[in-house]
Design a protein around this ligand. Sequence first.
Ligand SMILES: [Cu+2]
Length: 125
Amino acid sequence: MNSRTAAIGAALVVVAVVLLIVLSSGGSDSSKTTDAGKVPTIVVDKEGHPVGGVQELVYNKGDRIHFKVKVPFEEEVHLHGYDVAKEVPKGGGAVIYDLPAELEGEFEAELEGRAEQIVALKVEP
Ligand SMILES: [Cu+2]
């Protein structure tokens, strides 16, 4: 009897611990999703056009320019003005821009090989 009660007690503890782990990991998952959701992602389709059109991104000087570009083929993504080029490998992939907005003005990011604009970047004073 006693050992059975102890076993039930132990099982309850295990359930409680598992619940805590599931709940806490669920919590961190949703915060990750929220963080990821804050990073604008430009998806380029197979024809080389940005899905939903050229994405407008507006920042204030001193902010962090932060966006992601997913391209389904090998390309070079080029952010004008800041002049940052990033290579998308053969077979496609994503590149991430994360840099301080220190230059004011309007700049474009494009798929360099196709001269296709994908981002209209504006940095305001
Ligand atoms: Cu360019």
